[in-house]
Design a protein around this ligand. Structure first.
Ligand SMILES: Nc1ncnc2c1ncn2[C@@H]1O[C@H](COP(=O)(O)OP(=O)(O)OP(=O)(O)O)[C@@H](O)[C@H]1O
Length: 259
């Protein structure tokens, strides 16, 4: 294990399990995620990666096991309550307000975070701040020049950047990305990866990344865990895990074989 055992984990799962009928999609997964690290979760199709994410973010309820954020057991909480505890998951743009501009959407995300901790009056008094913060986030994801465009009019790559912007605006402690480069053209991929790398380098954010492209995983990760048939079968340093038989077998002839 590369995760430090002395630092309080930002996120921890203990014995996390979900069954669909007779099928165990996530099977007794115990794992600690340390602040300031990026962990990639890999494994073959159907291994349970997205289901693991759904259990962490609350889209699915575990059959057994616990999810702990910042030392607090959040297993019984709804997704929105988990978001307030600092769990942030990037979702496709279906969550956006299509009639609003990119800037207005990001401002709403900034505001939803502000509302969680501030009085409404204070939010009103700092409206200008909220817009400035939203603009700063759009700068950071290099969408400042497109701030007045509606999300659906953005290119696919810019839409993915906007998704990252919304997540950044909510200032979560844990950032969760499920295949953030899926469906992107080759030239759009590096910008989104740079943004994720930038999140990881700033402060003590904890980043979880589900990604199939092994070259991406290798370049970004501090640690890799491997799920196979719902179980955690490898965990550690990226080079070691990528070289392990289970990963070699799962990805043989695909990305790994190219290097
Ligand atoms: N709601 C559900 N009902 C029944 N079975 C489900 C449900 N959600 C997931 N599964 C099953 O759980 C297993 C794990 O699926 P999951 O989508 O988590 O895998 P994955 O590792 O994310 O795969 P991929 O890389 O293809 O996205 C699969 O066999 C899937 O069919």
């Amino acid at each position: 294990m590369t995760a430090s055992t002395t630092t309080t984990p930002a996120l921890e799962t203990r014995g996390l399990t979900i069954r669909f009928g007779g099928h165990v999609a996530v099977n007794d997964v115990s794992c600690r995620f340390t602040p300031g690290t990026l962990t990639s979760i890999v494994g073959p199709n159907g291994a349970g990666k997205t289901t693991y994410f759904n259990l962490i973010s609350g889209q699915l309820r575990a059959t057994s096991g616990t999810v702990i954020v910042g030392g607090e057991d959040i297993t019984g909480l709804a997704p929105s309550a988990r978001t307030k505890r600092g769990l942030g998951r990037a979702f496709q743009l279906t969550n956006l307000f299509p009639q609003l501009t990119a800037l207005e959407n990001v401002r709403l995300a900034v505001q939803s975070r502000a509302d969680a901790g501030w009085s409404l009056l204070k939010v009103w008094n700092t409206r200008r701040d909220l817009v400035e913060q939203a603009e700063a986030v759009l700068e950071r994801v290099r969408l400042a020049d497109k701030r007045h465009i509606a999300p659906k009019a953005l290119s696919h790559g810019d839409q993915r950047k906007l998704e990252v912007a919304l997540l950044i605006a909510m200032e979560p402690k844990v950032f969760m990305f499920d295949e953030p480069t899926a469906g992107m053209s080759v030239d759009e991929v590096p910008t989104v990866l740079e943004l994720i790398n930038d999140i990881r380098k700033r402060g003590d954010a904890t980043v979880l990344l589900v990604e199939h492209k092994m070259d991406v995983v290798r370049s970004l990760s501090d640690r890799i865990i491997v799920l196979h048939n719902g179980a955690l079968v490898a965990d550690g340093d990226p080079a070691e895990v990528i070289a392990s038989p289970v990963v070699q077998e799962a990805y043989l002839g695909v990305e790994v074989a190219r290097d």
